[in-house]
Design a protein around this ligand. Structure first.
Ligand SMILES: Cc1ncc(COP(=O)(O)O)c(C=O)c1O
Length: 440
């Protein structure tokens, strides 16, 4: 048996894949990604695919980015891991300074975790304890949004709003106030104001994904809505917690999506792209006002009793420093403008496809909704697996993407070159056409 067939056999025998119906997965031959080259993934048979979803929205400067590779190699020759409980390490310390320099003015302290969901848990617990320490124990609920997604741990699911993923776990969750309208800014702001006005004495914070609800279907908000959200949170003394796990590090065209409105949240949550998509690391970044509330003599027990084994892991932090330095050295954000313009031109073409109901993007994050009948607003049946079929078909032409139901998601590494970007969009266009129009 070749080592490749062994890998496939062991995978099918022993791995339980995330977000995957394993009965269905077992019916197909697994694709083994074992190498990479810039924006391309390479499988064990030597096939190359454009990484059209940045390996689940994490990769930033492409795979095998020399600077990040070297930073990790250099770090591993010194030490792979030591704890942040009671001691520090150079990479965690230097990265914290870089993150504060990069973050909106007023954010001053970095709390490290391992993945996005953990950083969200930190934000929720920190917000709750902040109000407790301020003598307001009743401010212990959160406002969140329908179709919001903040990860899969129970706190993060409690403030999530995707029924498909979250409703099963309802008996395990704490209650939150949910705002139902994201599609209309006016309605959303009105609804938010009503909830805050009536309940602000019970509310610790409002958590949302600024500008793009990613897992909720790449829903894009109207320009300027975030500064209105900030004003309402100020008016009703509620913390604004922005989850930029998906939108951070250039995806929307700015380093962070909150920069579109030039606002400072009370907490900024980063993950995924923080290490350039190399290693797990996340951060909950907050203000001195919040940090200082936790200070006191040990016996007052005001400390934030929360931590993770790998908080501030030196390898991850070294990768993150290199990731940020590439932004600085290559002026990545400046180069993005042209790419986003090309991307938007390409996306316009999809309007010509008869089963494309809508197309949305913010920067290099995009969602394309497919419908059985666009004019009559009829969706495909869940059994049809139309999104999955489109993605599988695109793989034959060298593009790896993954849908959210019937929404085709495009989120390439921001290092993607214009010709690669065109190959991505044109392959996906062709795939949608072949799959949706084949019986017409
Ligand atoms: C906005 C947002 N928050 C949090 C998470 C959870 O991050 P992780 O999968 O690293 O736990 C995700 C993951 O997709 C996300 O998109």
């Amino acid at each position: 048996m070749s080592s490749n067939s062994k890998i496939k056999e062991y995978d099918l025998e022993y791995i339980w894949h995330p977000f995957t119906q394993m009965k269905e997965y077992k019916e197909e031959e697994p694709i083994v990604i074992e190498d990479s080259d810039g924006v391309y993934l390479i499988d064990s048979e030597g096939n190359k695919y454009i990484d059209g979803i940045s390996s689940l929205w994490v990769n930033i400067h492409g795979h095998k980015a020399e600077k990040i590779n070297n930073a990790i190699k250099k770090q591993v020759d010194k030490i792979a891991h030591s704890t942040l409980l009671g001691v520090t390490n150079p990479a965690a310390s230097i990265l914290a300074k870089k993150l504060i320099d990069l973050s909106p003015a007023g954010l001053k302290k970095v709390f490290y975790s391992g993945d996005g969901a953990s950083a969200v848990e930190v934000g929720l617990k920190m917000a709750f304890q902040y109000w407790l320490l301020k003598g307001k124990p009743n401010k212990n609920k959160f406002v969140c949004l329908k179709d919001g997604y903040h990860g899969d741990t129970l706190g993060a699911v409690s403030v999530g709003g995707i029924d498909l993923f979250h409703s099963t776990f309802k008996p395990l969750l704490f209650e939150s106030f949910k705002i139902n309208s994201y599609d209309s800014t006016e309605k959303m702001i009105n609804e938010l104001e009503i909830v805050l006005k009536d309940n602000h004495e019970k509310i610790a914070g409002f958590i949302l994904e600024p500008y793009v609800q990613a897992a909720g279907g790449m829903k894009v908000a109207d320009d300027g809505y975030l500064s209105r959200v900030r004003s309402l949170c100020d008016k009703y003394d509620v913390l604004l917690i922005l989850d930029e796990v998906a939108t951070g590090f250039g995806r929307t065209g700015k380093m962070f999506a909150c920069e579109h409105d030039a606002i400072t949240p009370d907490m900024l949550i980063l993950g995924k792209g923080l290490t350039g998509g190399y290693l797990p690391l996340s951060a909950t970044i907050t203000t001195n006002e919040i940090f200082e509330t936790f200070l006191g003599d040990y016996e007052e027990l005001k400390a934030f009793f929360h931590g993770h084994s790998y908080s501030g892991n030196p390898l991850s932090c070294a990768a993150a420093i290199a990731n940020i330095e590439i932004f600085e050295e290559e002026k990545t954000l400046e180069g993005l403008k042209e790419k986003i313009a090309t991307f938007e031109d390409e996306l316009k073409e999809f309007k010509g496809l008869s089963n494309v109901a809508s197309i949305r993007n913010k920067g290099l994050m995009a969602g394309i909704d497919l419908k059985l009948n666009v004019d009559e607003d009829i969706s495909y049946s869940i059994k049809e697996r139309i999104g999955k079929k489109v993605c599988e078909n695109a793989m034959k032409d060298g593009v790896l993407i993954r849908p959210l139901g019937d929404t085709i998601v495009l989120m390439p590494p921001i290092s993607i070159k214009t010709d690669e970007l065109k190959k991505l969009t044109r392959t996906v266009y062709k795939s949608i056409k072949e799959i949706t129009e084949k019986d017409d």
